[in-house]
Design a binder for this molecule. Structure first.
Ligand SMILES: Nc1ncnc2c1ncn2[C@@H]1O[C@H](COP(=O)(O)OP(=O)(O)O)[C@@H](O)[C@H]1O
Ligand SMILES: [Mg+2]
Length: 275
């Protein structure tokens, strides 16, 4: 994998990645989401509390309908909870109005979807450039960032290809470049390997892992595949809108009472995480 700090010169150059991991970048307390469908209420999330450290790669697991996407969408600022608190980088997302939330999202979050969601009539370059068109960056800087992001995912030579001229794995890597190009601190991925063969899935997971390890990104990935989840630094499981199992993380306990439990930690376990 490439050297991200060298390749991404616009990435906060003074970032001390070694010092990361001690700050809770996401703090969730008693978070609930209830969807109303006519007379029926569907509780998608039921009083979830969770902390995520800066620079973690969190795998969010659970059966279909357990609330994984709902939780991801609330953390990423595309959906709002019915009650409870969701603070990301110290900002209580529930207090932002729609336009503030959209601005926050554009600056801080990169999205990767199961179905890639590339625009079919745009080239790989143009797809990756799209989020930058919402910024004030000049054309030359935009081109530089797009080319660098495409290089990072190993697709510099495919920049003029349309999505239909790319394999599934290449499409997803283009989507990762698009998620990265604005240098967001948080990358969220919903079943990013769900439509990929094993080899392409591995490439995508290694890139996501490198974003965390080499560029200090916080990555949250929804998956129901334990092999994919093992690439993360920690896995948590949702069951019917609740965190399924809680085990205190002795290594990281700071003794304070208001911390949410750390769940099923797999940090630095060579057994759990493919090299
Ligand atoms: N927009 C919606 N309107 C009504 N119900 C929804 C909506 N989105 C999700 N749900 C319901 O919330 C629950 C959790 O959904 P979701 O977060 O998509 O689960 P998962 O991603 O784990 O499969 C499911 O019962 C689902 O049907
Ligand atoms: Mg889902």
């Amino acid at each position: 994998m490439k050297n991200f700090t060298k390749c991404l010169p616009w990435v906060r150059p003074d970032t001390n990645f070694a010092a990361m991991g001690s700050t809770d970048v996401i703090v969730i307390r008693e978070l609930s989401k209830v969807y109303r469908q006519g007379e029926i209420n569907v509780t998608a999330l039921n009083r979830i509390s969770l902390d995520v450290h800066e620079g973690e790669f969190l795998s969010l697991m659970g059966p279909s309908g357990s609330g994984k996407s709902t939780l991801l969408h609330i953390i990423a600022g595309v959906d709002r909870p019915t009650s409870g608190e969701c603070r990301v980088q110290g900002i209580d997302l529930t207090r932002l109005n729609e336009s503030e939330l959209a601005d926050w999202r554009n600056q801080n979050v990169g999205f990767v979807f199961q179905t890639f969601n590339l625009i079919p009539v745009l080239t790989a370059f143009e797809n990756v450039e799209l989020p930058l068109l919402l910024t004030r960056l000049k054309g030359k800087q935009r081109r530089h960032q797009v080319n660098t992001a495409l290089e990072l995912v190993g697709l510099a030579d495919r920049r003029n290809h349309l999505p239909r001229q790319l394999s599934g794995g290449q499409e997803q890597r283009t989507a990762i470049a698009r998620a990265l190009v604005t240098d967001p601190s948080l990358i969220v991925a919903d079943e990013p390997t769900g439509n990929l063969d094993a080899h392409s899935a591995q490439e995508v997971l290694e890139i996501l892992q490198s974003l965390r390890r080499m560029a200090g990104k916080t990555v949250i990935m929804v998956t129901h595949d334990p092999k994919a989840a093992a690439y993360g630094s920690r896995s948590i499981h949702l069951e019917k809108g609740e965190l399924a199992s809680a085990c205190a993380d002795a290594n990281e306990s700071d003794g304070t009472m208001d911390r949410a439990p750390r769940l099923c930690h797999a940090e630095e376990s060579n057994e759990m995480r493919p090299a």
